[in-house]
Each structure stands twice: as C-alpha cells, then as structure tokens.
Design a protein around this ligand. Structure first.
Ligand code: ARG
Length: 577
C-alpha cells in the first residue's frame, strides 16, 4: 500500500535522469503540498543552477520525459518553474480501494530493530508528579507506534529505587510498622509517607543518624534492610500500577529496570573508565571531563562517576543503562524519554559511553526531551500550598469533569455506561493534551480546554469517531470497508481520500522523528476532512445505491484509521458519546 507521492516521486526522478543525465538519478525530486494542485514538484528550481538551465525550461524538459497519464489529469508548469500535479479521480479511487483492502491501513512494516525505550521512571516511595505524567504518556505512545511499525520494543522503567533517601524511608517504615496504615500510604499517597520521613529526618538528629547508618547497611546488602527496602518497593509498585492502569499505559512489572538493578555493574564501570583514562580522580571523586561541556565562567562541567565518599551517582547508573542496553538487549536504537532539563547530563553520558566503547556509532541514541506542565500562573504545576500535585488527584479531577459533561449530555445512559464513558473521555483528554503539543515545549494544565468538544482535543476526536460509528448503528459490527465499492467524484470525497492515504507515512514519520504531536495534527485534520465530507456528501440518503456504498466504505475506512491512530496515541475510542 502506498501514498500517492510514493508512486509519483520515483517517476519524477526517472524523468530528471532522462532530462539531465544519469548522475541526477538519485536527487530529491522535492515534492511538496500545493495550494493549487494535489502536489507540487520543485525539482526544477532546486536543480536549475547546477544544471545550467533556466528553471522554467528545465521544468518543461522534465515534463517531456514524465509519463503520468495513469495518475494525473493535469501536469502544469507554473510560476518560476514548479510542476503542479493534479491526480485523476480514478487513480485516487483505486489507491483508496487498495487502502481499504490493506489490514495495515498503509502502515509499513519496517526492518525489525531492537529498541529499548526508557520512560516513565517514577521514584519509589515518592509521589509521581506531572513530569512523570508526560514521560509516561509520550514514551508509551512511542512504544506503541514503534511496535506497530514492526520493531521489538523493550520497555525500560528506570524507577528511582536506590540512593540516600532510602535510609530515611526504611527507618521510617520500621518505626511506623510494616503493616500499619502509615506504611500503606506508599500505595495510596506516597507523598504523605515521604514527607513524614523527611520531617523526622530534618527534625530529629537521632533519627538522621540512624537513617545514615541505614544507608550504609543497605549498600552493604544487609538482608533485613534489603527486605524492608523490598517492602517499600512492592508497595510503590502497586501505586505505580494503579496510575498505569488508570492511564491505560502498557507498562507492567516486567518492564521494571530500576536504578538498583545496575548496582553490581557500577564498580567495574568505574575501574574500566579509569583504566581507559577517560575518568580521572579530582578532589577525591572520580569524574569525567569532556571537551565542550562547560558551565559558567567556562569552567568544565564534570560527570560524576564515583563521589568522594565512594558512593555512585546518577551518571554512573546511566552509563550502566547504556552498556546494558547495547550489550545485553542488543539495541539498534535507544530512546530516553526524560525531562529536557536532563539534556546536558544525557549528552555527557552518551559521549562518555561512545569513548569507552559502550555505545558503537552504529547504535543511535536519542533523548526525547520532555517539557514541563505548568499551572495557570505559568509556573510548574503545584498545589496551593506549594506541594507537588498528586497525579491521581489530577486524573480523578479530569474524570469528574468529564462525568459532569456526560451526565448532562447523555442522561439516558445507564450509570455504568456513563461512568465508563467519563473515564474514557477524561483520561483521553489529559493524554491528548499532552501528546498534541511538541514534547519539548511546556503547556498549561487547563481541564476546561482539554475537555472542550471543539478544537484540537481528545474529546473532539473521540466524538468524531463515535459519530462515524453512529452511521452504522443498527448493524451488528462495522463492516470492513468494501474496497471495490469506492468511487471518488466529489471534492470533499477526494479531500478525505487523500488524507486517508497519508496515514501510513504519518505513522512511519512519528516512529522516525519521535513526535507524537504530528499524529495528533493528522487525526485532527482527518476529522475535519470527514466533517466536510459528511456535510457535503449525504451517505445514507445518497442518490444511488452505488454512491451510498462507496461513501459507506469511506466512512468505515475513516473510522478504522481514526481508531487505529487513537490507539497508537493510547487513547480509547468510545462506542458512543
Ligand atoms: N527517576 C528520575 C526522576 O524522577 C528519572 C529517571 C530517568 N531515566 C534515566 N535513565 N535517567 O527524575
């Protein structure tokens, strides 16, 4: 299954080679969207200078060698030397027919790669905050998309489960009792547990001393301490899983690969980096200095490998993640979906790993930078008291808002149906709002805007899908689009058809550049094209049975693309709205 430009591009390339010579065979024919036609070819403008021909003359020469009689009704040289191509309706009809017969809806199956994706990564016995919301949602969308493109995605949830805070957390757990209500806060309100431990640590020197001693025991592998730590871990796991299932995120316990899993690898990495002369001892600490990484006053910024007290830092564990992902997981590409503020850290990790030979040039590594979620004051979203906002609270609020809407709009539905619909719409709205902005920019968390039924929102797309479903109401299941039935005649049908044909390359693009917002924009435009089609082209009351069947097939195909696209975003498409 191919999009129109994929058919046109090689033909234009051949015509260029015939017009200018074989050395031009592989040039980019520069196909672009056009206001005046279906596609515009800019090759003549791009190549004229090099070829020593006037652009318009070159365009005419390309046309002489270009046979698009099966595809285009018009090939016109225009302006300074563009080619405007207008497709034949029959050709568009046959391509959409092929699309309807393709159960992948035009999405290619790519050469299978191993792709570990590091995402979500909340911290044990700590609240998941809105920053984790974004890495979770964006990472999950990329995981789904790359999997759909045929790759072997290996989800890596790099939870923060190690380090000095665990001394105080374990000590607090011991004091309140493992089975106490306070302990169970880790499962329901981890922030409360964390703050209580913190309070003791700051308020009682005695507790602080015990907490410090506890860290030493933890690092020495004292069995009882490890058991208590494991208890915290389990309670946290169940909290994470509540959030993941509320969000409809694909992460499971099998994907947990927290900081602690790398403990055994750290001393070896330190020794190796030191042996290779990459890390040096500076003020008692083992550090790496890299050219070009300087901070204020042009002072070089170190990557800490081992602190002066012998402890390992975040940099060391991340070196271990790279090594593990390359050597054990046999990664072809590695994605880190992490806050934009960690950009320098990751660049230093990658660079050090390249030098140490842990990360061969053949393995691509990418930091998917995640921006912040802001409150109405345009500062990082917090509660009024300044505490970090509980993620579950936000999600509950979104569902409640959606529930109020559902109760008003669909009072006749049963209690259960309304509750489920509110969940789908509320969560869908939050996820879509997150995915529809560029992942590295900030956005304001505004439930009213997220839940709006108009504009580029999750509920708008869910509604569009539900409306198409309603066309088929009364039939048991949505019929598979009838490939042979589709005949495009009206401009609105054509517009919709051309959009549908873009789906496959759009999904491939998201998998290549890691930008879910492109898929959102695509689906939004598809919904708008569908609206235009539905307003202008009667379906059930079409003038003939043939036209009706053709339009029904377009409706079914649009629904399939919409539902598949939403699913790649991790958003449910309700049966009705
Ligand atoms: N746990 C960290 C945090 O909450 C994020 C870890 C990101 N992943 C990584 N490989 N460094 O900020």
């Amino acid at each position: 299954m191919v999009a129109p430009v994929e058919v046109i591009a090689p033909k234009v390339q051949s015509a260029i080679a015939e017009a200018l010579g074989e050395e031009y065979r592989d040039v980019d024919p520069v196909l672009r969207p056009s206001q005046f036609a279906d596609v515009q070819v800019n090759a003549a403008l791009a190549l004229a200078k090099k070829a020593g021909v006037k652009p318009r003359d070159l365009a005419a020469k390309i046309v002489e060698h270009l046979d698009l009689s099966a595809e285009c009704e018009d090939v016109e040289v225009s302006g300074p030397g563009f080619l405007n191509l207008t497709f034949k309706n029959e050709w568009v009809s046959s391509l959409v027919g092929d699309l309807a017969g393709d159960d992948r809806l035009g999405v290619p199956v790519e050469q299978r790669q191993n792709i570990p994706i590091d995402y979500s990564a909340p911290n044990v016995a700590k609240e998941m905050h809105v920053g984790h919301l974004r890495t979770t949602i964006v990472g999950d969308c990329l995981a789904r998309t790359l999997e759909h493109l045929g790759h072997h995605v290996i989800r890596q949830n790099h939870v923060g489960d190690w380090g000095t805070p665990f001394g105080m957390l374990v000590e607090h757990l011991l004091e309140v009792g493992e089975d106490s209500a306070e302990a169970h806060l880790v499962q329901t309100d981890p922030n409360a547990f964390y703050q209580a431990a913190r309070g003791k640590f700051d308020g009682s020197p005695d507790f602080a001393t015990r907490a410090r001693a506890r860290v030493v025991k933890l690092q020495a592998g004292d069995p009882e301490t490890l058991r208590l730590w494991g208890r915290l871990y389990d309670l946290s796991k169940s909290y994470f899983n509540t959030v993941y299932s509320t969000l409809g995120v694909t992460l499971t316990d099998d994907d947990l690969a927290g900081e602690s899993t790398y403990n055994d690898a750290l001393p070896g990495i330190c020794a190796d980096l030191e042996d290779k002369g990459i890390a040096t001892v500076d003020d008692g600490a083992l550090v790496v200095f890299l050219d070009g990484f300087t901070g204020r006053d042009d002072r070089p910024v170190p990557l800490f490998i081992r602190k002066s007290d012998g402890g390992y830092g975040y940099g060391t564990t991340d070196m271990a993640t790279v090594k593990h992902r390359v050597e054990t997981l046999e990664a072809d590409r590695i994605l880190y979906v992490i806050g934009v503020t960690q950009s320098l850290h990751l660049q230093m990790v990658y660079e050090t790993a390249r030098r140490a030979g842990y990360l061969p040039e053949s393995v691509e590594v990418e930091h998917i930078k995640i921006g912040s979620v802001l409150g109405e004051d345009r500062k990082i979203l917090k509660t009024r008291s300044g505490a970090p906002l509980r993620l579950m609270f936000l999600l509950d609020e979104a569902v409640q808002h959606a529930r109020a809407y559902v109760d008003r709009a669909r009072p006749e539905l049963s209690e259960d149906t309304r509750a489920d619909l509110a969940r789908q719409v509320g969560i869908g709205a939050v996820k879509y709002a997150d995915l529809s902005v560029a992942h590295d920019s900030d956005y304001v968390f505004d439930l009213d805007r997220m839940l709006a039924l108009t504009g580029n929102t999750g509920p708008y797309l869910q509604y569009a899908a539900a409306r198409i479903r309603s066309i088929f109401r009364g039939t048991e299941t949505i019929p598979a689009p009838d490939a042979s039935a589709i005949t495009i005649t009206e401009p609105a049908e054509r517009d919709l058809a051309l959009r549908l044909l873009d789906f496959g390359s759009m999904v491939a693009q998201v998998g290549a550049v890691y930008e879910p917002h492109r898929l959102c924009t695509y689906l939004f435009e598809l919904a708008q094209s569908f609206s235009g089609f539905y307003e202008n082209c009667p379906v059930l009351k079409a003038e003939s049975e043939e036209v009706k069947n053709s339009r029904l097939a377009l409706c079914a195909l649009t629904l399939q693309v919409m539902v598949t696209g939403l699913d790649l975003l991790g958003i449910e498409a309700p049966e009705q709205m």
